[in-house]
Design a protein around this ligand. Structure first.
Ligand code: ATR
Length: 260
């Protein structure tokens, strides 16, 4: 079996290490590589899938939407998000899945927190993957307000204007889906963490914890970092690739050690 993650640039992906750990632990003979694909080479990469030189791929920036026309069918979550992060074979069909949403939802479920009112910061591709997987009343806030309004209309949630001081009292979960705080762009998330008891989540895992989460911890708030979501979205992909459930604890341990 041969799997790969494709993107551009791709040099720092942790997916090969995680999937190869799981393949080995499951006693499966196979490998998982990284392929840096230039924009004009996407079609030939898909040909390698079609002729079974590859048994499945994960897709990252900038191809999560561009890959769609090459596939036979999309899972509902991928169709809703308009983005694919996993491509696998189902019989003779090449299927696109988006496991980001289910990965985040499963990570959130481990926290045992009330999820009645959720604030999603950001309205890009990651938010589009996650929002449909959330249960509860979702409010979106984005730097470009028009995008927040568009996402709110599309997914049937609320939007509030971007603001440097947000009243967090109505929310029991706050989720950063923007790239703010991601290495090497360590901008500061413009959010006041006072007046809240919310669980503060960040889908960024490099660095772990982010500045947002460090500040939340300093304010005595519970936090959820991006590692568990990363591991669980990969686990959902691994199951589609191999038909087997991977060892989640082992996966989380390997990734946390790598990020130390
Ligand atoms: P992804 O697929 O990772 O979500 P994306 O689709 O490019 O990537 O979306 C990036 C998100 O981060 C957007 O919500 C973006 O806000 P805009 O729609 O206003 O661009 C947000 N973002 C990026 N840099 C930001 C910054 N410095 N401050 C606030 N939001 C930022």
């Amino acid at each position: 079996m041969h799997f790969a993650v494709i993107g551009h640039p791709i040099a720092h992906s942790l997916s090969p290490m995680l999937h190869e750990t799981w393949l080995k632990a499951a006693g499966l003979f196979g490998c998982y590589t990284m392929v840096d694909v230039e924009a004009d080479a996407l079609e030939s990469l898909v040909m390698r899938l079609r002729n079974r030189q590859l048994d499945g791929i994960n897709v990252t920036i900038p191809y999560k939407t561009a890959i769609i026309p090459f596939l036979d069918r999309l899972e509902p979550a991928a169709a809703r998000a308009g983005a694919v992060n996993t491509v696998y074979w189902d019989g003779d069909e090449l299927v696109g899945a988006n496991t980001d949403g289910i990965g985040f939802a499963r990570a959130l479920a481990t926290q045992g927190t009330t999820t009645t009112n959720l604030l999603v910061i950001g309205a890009g591709g990651a938010a589009r993957g996650i929002i449909p997987a959330l249960s509860g009343r979702v409010t979106v806030m984005n730097r470009t307000d028009a995008t927040a309004q568009q996402v709110a209309t599309e997914f049937g949630c609320n939007s509030i204007p971007w603001s440097t001081v947000v009243d967090l009292t109505p929310y029991d979960v706050v989720i950063n889906t923007t790239s703010v705080g991601m290495a090497p762009h360590l901008e500061v998330m413009p959010i006041e963490l006072t007046e809240t008891t919310a669980l503060i989540c960040d889908i960024i895992y490099r660095p772990t914890p982010t500045r947002l989460l460090r500040e939340a911890t300093a304010s005595g708030l519970a936090t959820l970092d991006g590692v568990l979501m990363f591991v669980l979205q990969a686990a959902e992909a691994f199951e589609r690739f191999t038909g087997q459930k991977p060892d989640l604890a082992l996966g989380e341990q390997v990734i946390r050690k790598q990020l130390e």
